[in-house]
Design a binder for this molecule. Structure first.
Ligand SMILES: [Zn+2]
Length: 468
């Protein structure tokens, strides 16, 4: 089968189907949510639109509580799941083209959801149509599973899998090509220090709003002479190549430091303002409780982002280094301090052992460690038939090597028991997901349709997994 040629013939249809889906502004509408419409009217409209397309074309469809649904083809005991979503994040301001039209310009199709995840959804859906038209017999059921709440908590697929069978294998076209087979675990670590009854040098310290971002600003109110602190800060700032401000704040001095934001999956891509501020505060005379707080920040996170000082460091071949991002930090004398850290841990991380080692390292520091949320790593072995098959398909359709990727973030694929993220952003393409002027390359859309059609036949066709 020349899937690429067949997909090319469907070009106009692929474009118009994607435009129709983009024209439904399916942003979560919490204020209009009802039992009937759990995420508001528009996400449901997008789901029903796609399900009715499936029905029109003679596929079996199912709506699960107006939260998710599927379009199904093929017969057999086992299920191949293709997991996608039709909800989108809000459009934001400053678009060159209207965000909900699907304007085509310079070989690109613009619109909210074009790459995340309506374009990939349409590519997978068109691939199912191509396979149906080819008349190839399938030995598995193939389900395009459509969620409507991926962007705000996965409530859609949580409900879906309470009611429907988990596919034996699957892929999610909601990230990057070639194949993401390893996703680190994501744990929230909370380091606390109890309050002080003394008059402390540091009266207040704050940085960051979300643990998944490197804080780009931090400030503190401290007792001390304005002139001295300012002089010291200017010297510190030029030595460390940072900027900030020192100003009077009531009876205290306010010290503010600018850093650079970055995603927590690679803290080294940013500059943590809180750590620099703590380093600076170490240069002035501090009361013991205040000092214990900044010493912990600098000692724990000052030298590097891999957690060596806290005995949390670990690395493995499949997923690389464990990383730590102290993203939300707060100190006030009476309340003590709280440092919330997003830890992205390697696939084979010995979790309990490492946490115990960290607690041991914290003895006599006045700081204790608690575990907040913990989302386990997701991994499919590189020798698994799912991986081998997708690699073969990708290489055949693109002529490029299908390298396996490991990431520090989480993809939709982690919902599946055995599933990987498979497209559809090609290597080297800019990622405009969640951004203004989001677009998809039309050529990529066609190529992805061909890849998905080939993958469906290889994974669910009558000869899949045998011989070859
Ligand atoms: Zn997505």
């Amino acid at each position: 089968m020349n899937w690429l040629a067949l997909a090319e013939e469907k070009k106009e249809m692929i474009i118009s189907e994607l435009q129709a889906l983009i024209q439904i502004p399916s942003v979560l509408q919490e204020d209009q949510a009802t039992d009937e419409m759990p995420f508001g009217p528009k996400p449901l409209e997008a789901l029903n639109h796609l399900l009715s397309e499936g029905e029109k074309e003679g596929f079996i469809t199912k709506n699960v509580d107006n939260m998710a649904g599927h379009i199904e083809m093929g017969e057999g005991e086992d299920i191949l799941g293709i997991l996608c979503h039709v909800d989108v994040v809000p459009e934001g301001k400053g678009w060159t083209y209207p965000p909900y039209e699907g304007v085509v310009a310079d070989g690109k199709l613009y619109g909210r959801g074009s790459i995340d995840d309506k374009g990939p959804t349409i590519a997978a859906w068109m691939a199912m149509k191509l396979v149906k038209e080819s008349g190839i017999k399938l030995s598995k059921k193939v389900r395009l599973i459509i969620g409507t709440d991926e962007e705000s908590g996965f409530r859609c697929v949580t409900r879906y899998f309470e009611k429907e069978q988990m596919p034996q294998l699957g892929f999610a076209p909601d990230a990057d090509f070639p194949i993401i087979n390893a996703e680190k675990g994501i744990a929230s670590l909370i380091f606390t220090q109890t309050g002080s009854t003394e008059t402390e040098t540091i009266q207040f310290f704050q940085a960051g709003k979300r643990t998944n971002m490197v804080p780009d600003e931090a400030f503190a109110f401290v007792f001390g002479g304005l002139i001295t602190i300012k002089e010291k800060f200017d010297a510190f700032a030029s030595e460390h190549g940072i900027t900030g401000e020192v100003a009077p704040q009531g009876p205290t001095v306010k010290v503010l430091v600018h850093g650079k934001s970055a995603h927590a999956m690679e803290p080294d891509a940013g500059v943590n303002a809180a750590i620099h501020l703590a380093k600076f505060l170490q240069t002035i005379n501090l009361t013991p409780h205040s000092k214990a707080f900044v010493d912990f920040l600098v000692g724990g996170f000052g030298a590097e982002s891999r957690g060596r000082a806290l005995a949390l460091n670990f690395t493995d071949e499949v997923s690389g280094d464990t990383t730590l991002n102290p993203g939300v930090i707060h100190y006030a004398p009476e309340q003590g301090s709280c440092t919330q850290v997003s830890m992205r841990y390697s696939v084979t991380y010995p979790f309990e052992e490492k946490l115990a080692a960290c607690r041991k390292a914290l003895q006599n520091t006045g700081i204790t460690l608690d575990l907040g949320t913990n989302s386990k790593p997701h991994y499919v072995d590189k020798e698994d038939v799912l991986i081998k098959t997708l690699q073969k398909v990708y290489e055949r359709q693109t002529g490029e090597e299908a390298t396996l990727l490991s990431i520090g973030g989480g993809t939709y694929a982690r919902v599946l028991e055995k599933g990987v993220a498979f497209g559809m952003l090609f290597p080297g393409r800019d990622d405009y997901a969640h951004q203004v002027d989001e677009y998809v390359d039309i050529e990529d859309l066609i190529k992805a349709t061909a890849i998905y059609a080939d993958a469906i036949v290889e994974l669910a066709g009558t000869t899949s997994g045998e011989g070859e």
